[in-house]
Design a protein around this ligand. Structure first.
Ligand code: C2E
Ligand code: CA
Ligand code: CA
Ligand code: CA
Length: 274
């Protein structure tokens, strides 16, 4: 046992120290990987629902930890967010993806942005700098954001959103339907696009309730003039249902996994050269 600050005795749990130790090591390794520019980017295609052609790619961060193997973004992104490393990591991903995009003039690019990055007043300027350096038209870039920051800090969020819009950059509401997003938020911020979370797509072909929920969600976004992307599309039946429901863009393993750039080049050729 050991005494806590208020003089009470609590049970000492050695596994807590182990966990803290492992987390510290993970953070150190992640920091080193970012500094050595070892964070990779995978590109996942999204296609137009009406013709199946690739319309763009989403950049997804990848990290192979030395001595361990690939670490899931669901593990290292939260670590990056809680340690402030996300600013650097996010800019590395954005820079790599913008330069990669130069070889695909037909495509647009989506990049995920964490609330912590969006909060930084220098964020907009950095994005602008990267677009200029890579010579990418701002309207080819969509930033994907979740509702968290819009709920926490609506006034500031709106300001940043307006600045990005002023530059021609698009902003999409990511993971829609997975959280608490209300009609109010959608209206208030006027996103350029809504991205329906894969949890809402999962069982639409097996479950009538899920299908109805999906239809209502898509109809809502469309009533507010926001085009809809559906993620997590794994079967042809899902793709058909989503197209009929009014989703303009589809993304999921059915059309392509997150892949290296060469695979995207192959898909672009297949889509546009035939
Ligand atoms: P997200 O933005 O919602 O991205 C979609 C996730 O679903 C990706 O996981 C993708 O690989 C996966 N996915 C795509 N299609 C399918 C499908 O058909 N079925 C299933 N079951 N899954 C599919 P990933 O790459 O592991 O990324 C997880 C999350 O990590 C992302 O969720 C995003 O929130 C975050 N993330 C990844 N890269 C970045 C980044 O560069 N910056 C920030 N801030 N977050 C990132
Ligand atoms: Ca996303
Ligand atoms: Ca999602
Ligand atoms: Ca997400």
């Amino acid at each position: 046992s050991k005494e806590d600050g208020r003089g009470r005795w609590t049970l000492y749990d050695p596994s807590m120290d182990d966990e803290r130790e492992m987390r510290n090591q993970l953070e150190l390794d992640l920091r080193a990987a970012i500094e050595r520019q070892e964070i990779g980017v995978a590109y996942q295609p999204f296609v137009r629902s009406n013709n199946g052609r690739i319309a763009g790619v989403e950049a997804l961060a990848r990290w192979t930890r030395e001595g361990y193997g690939p670490v899931s973004p669901d593990v290292f992104i939260p670590v990056a967010e809680s340690t402030g490393l996300i600013d650097l990591l996010g800019m590395c991903v954005l820079r790599s993806a913008c330069f990669e995009l130069r070889q695909w003039p037909e495509l647009t690019l989506s990049v995920n942005v964490s609330p912590g990055q969006f909060r930084d007043p220098a964020f907009v300027g950095r994005v602008e700098e990267i677009l200029q350096a890579a010579d990418i038209e701002p309207r080819r870039l969509t930033l994907e954001l979740t509702e968290t920051y819009f709920i926490q800090n609506p006034a500031r969020a709106r300001q940043t959103l307006e600045m990005l819009r002023g530059m021609g950059i698009r902003v999409a509401l990511d993971d829609f339907g997975a959280g608490f997003s209300s009609v109010g938020y959608l209206r208030q911020f006027g996103f350029d696009r809504v991205k329906i979370d894969k949890t809402l797509v999962q069982d639409i072909t097996e479950n009538q309730r899920s299908a109805e929920l999906l239809h209502a969600t898509v109809a809502l976004a469309r009533a507010l003039d926001m085009p809809v992307t559906a993620e997590g599309v794994e079967t042809g039946a899902q793709a058909d249902a989503l197209r009929l429901a009014g989703c303009e863009l589809l993304q999921g393993y059915l059309f392509g996994r997150p892949s290296p750039a060469e695979e995207i080049t192959r898909i672009v050729r297949q889509s546009y050269d035939s």
